[in-house]
Design a protein around this ligand. Structure first.
Ligand SMILES: *[C@@H]1O[C@H](CO)[C@@H](O)[C@H](O)[C@H]1NC(C)=O
Ligand SMILES: *[C@@H]1O[C@H](CO)[C@@H](O)[C@H](O)[C@H]1NC(C)=O
Ligand SMILES: *[C@@H]1O[C@H](CO)[C@@H](O)[C@H](O)[C@H]1NC(C)=O
Ligand SMILES: *[C@@H]1O[C@H](CO)[C@@H](O)[C@H](O)[C@H]1NC(C)=O
Length: 499
């Protein structure tokens, strides 16, 4: 009876996340395609585009490799339809996340915390995306739930979580920021635990062995996929820390995580989170676990804040800890149970509206336009089409959503890798003066033909109407509302065909 109830919960969570695979149909950031599906597509089918991260070898192939295996199986079964190629990786992701949700409940044993994890709008929005940050968050939740000090490991000496952490740190070196202190706390606390002395002595050795195994496996996968010997975390460190290439992608204020990212990630939960500092300070003796959590959160935010490149999704792995600590203050604030329930219900409702908007409406067009292009190519049955995408770099996915080997040109935005003086990336050159760029690259360039298809946002399309004179508009997709457009994005995204 007990077992079947737990199993029922797991099924319910899987269903919840599978529904989100269907509900979430917008694009969030380029990385969800360009660092996973595109790479996997190239690995599995032999054509595709690799961004500079892959040519400089700073990314681990582990995740795309798994997707590529899936693609190869689909290809073997002649089931490599677009729908499956784009959806199936997300379905697996949904199952992983549902399992993480389940472990979260096993860990906290608090249904309100589980509900608030499941309804967190930003996590709902990201969870089923093929983003490495989503994998990282799901794995972090699972590892936390079996962490011997914070979680509910069977034995204080259990090192199972170390396997997950080992792979995580190889795949995403920044995961170490959060996990190094947690591993240290585990080892440190063992001093005060009475147990078999021999086992205690063997522990460091076992740790090293696990980390070593994880490292070897992921290095082997990388060597196989890159075709050369490479240690990607080291390359990552060299490029991002020593050369500071990340700066190219925007520098934000050092308090950005505190005053923008946390409120957005937590919604109204942000207030109980702030109060939790006070309640943990007051009750420090009873709340050792929460104190550790708060320490980890502060430490991770501190390190991330000192890095110039900041994004919302980087702090997603902190979400389980943030939820746990913010609930502590609700628990200790001595609020009447009924009022507390009402407050929580209010949090949830505010979340649902935001969640649905960003999942279904905002930034939808870049995906639907690729479906239009794909239909157009299938309909005309020619592989000789030439497409030009004039959007900010990587705003649309590419071969993973087309699955035909056509020639495509899009505006790139590589960082200053070759160390050229006064370097301006291609996208910036284009948007500085589109007419000039098109004249230099197409109209006055006898070596290239005019492309058959052109994709552009409405904003830029009106600027280059002269160039588009010989083109006919064949599809128009809604992207977002005018008041929400930023930079060189527009309200609608358009597909033109040469007449
Ligand atoms: C894809 O097309 C390019 C250019 O036409 C060609 O060089 C390449 O061999 C093709 N790849 C595959 C796997 O068909
Ligand atoms: C598409 O063209 C190829 C040859 O280029 C032909 O073999 C195939 O039958 C065509 N398919 C359709 C649906 O017209
Ligand atoms: C590109 O790198 C070179 C060499 O490090 C530097 O002199 C130049 O200013 C850089 N250009 C830009 C735009 O950052
Ligand atoms: C782009 O350059 C052309 C020719 O140099 C000029 O006529 C036009 O005004 C420029 N457009 C913008 C938006 O700067």
């Amino acid at each position: 009876m007990h077992l079947s109830k737990e199993f029922g919960l797991l099924l319910l969570l899987i269903l919840w996340r599978l529904i989100s695979v269907i509900v979430v149909r917008t694009a969030h950031v380029p990385d969800e395609y360009w660092q996973s599906l595109e790479v996997a597509h190239r690995l599995a089918f032999g054509y595709g585009y690799l961004t500079w991260e892959w040519t400089t070898m700073i990314r681990s192939y582990m995740y795309p490799f798994l997707i590529a295996i899936l693609y190869r199986i689909l290809a073997k079964l002649s089931l490599d339809y677009i729908l499956l190629l784009t959806m199936l990786p997300r379905v697996f992701q949904a199952i992983l996340v549902a399992y993480a949700d389940y472990r979260f409940y096993q860990w906290t044993k608090n249904k309100w915390m589980l509900i608030s994890l499941c309804l967190n709008p930003f996590w709902y929005y990201c969870a089923t995306r093929t983003l490495i940050n989503s994998v990282e968050t799901a794995c972090t939740i699972i590892a936390l739930s079996i962490h011997p000090i914070l979680g509910r490991a069977i034995s204080r000496l259990s090192l199972k979580y170390m396997w997950i952490v080992g792979f995580l740190c190889m795949i995403r070196p920044t995961a170490a920021i959060m996990w190094l202190p947690l591993c240290y706390i585990h080892i440190y606390c063992l001093r005060y635990i009475r147990c078999d002395a021999l086992e205690k002595k063997l522990l460091p050795g076992r740790c090293v062995l696990i980390c070593f195994t994880c490292a070897i496996i992921s290095i082997l996968v990388d060597c196989y996929c890159y075709g050369t010997f490479v240690i990607t975390p080291w390359k990552f460190f060299q490029t991002n820390v020593l050369k500071n290439v990340g700066n190219t992608y925007g520098i934000k204020h050092w308090l950005w995580y505190i005053y923008i990212a946390l409120p957005v990630l937590l919604g109204l939960h942000f207030f109980p989170f702030l109060i939790s500092f006070y309640s943990i300070y007051k009750q420090s003796f009873f709340l050792a676990k929460e104190g550790i959590m708060l320490g980890i959160i502060c430490w991770t935010l501190l390190i991330y804040s000192s890095l110039s490149h900041k994004e919302f999704r980087f702090i997603l792995p902190l979400l389980p800890l943030l939820i746990c600590t913010s609930f502590t203050s609700l628990k200790y604030l001595n609020i009447n149970a009924n009022v507390r329930k009402r407050i929580i219900a209010m949090f949830m409702c505010s979340n649902i509206i935001i969640g649905l908007f960003i999942s279904m409406i905002h930034q939808r067009g870049t995906l639907t336009i690729m479906a239009d292009l794909r239909n157009e190519i299938t309909r005309t049955n020619t592989s000789l089409t030439d497409t030009l995408i004039l959007t900010p770099c990587h705003s649309t996915p590419l071969y993973s959503h087309l699955h035909v080997n056509i020639s495509i040109r899009f505006l790139t935005c590589e960082p200053n890798l070759s160390n050229t003086e006064n370097y301006i990336d291609e996208a910036d050159q284009f948007f500085a003066n589109a007419t000039v760029w098109l004249r230099d690259n197409y109209i006055n360039n006898v070596k290239v033909m005019l492309p058959t298809y052109v994709i552009a946002f409405d904003k830029i399309a009106s600027e280059i109407s002269e160039f588009l004179g010989t083109y006919k508009l064949i599809a128009k997709e809604f992207y977002t509302y005018r008041s929400l457009t930023v930079g060189n994005y527009g309200e609608n995204i358009l597909l033109y065909k040469r007449v």
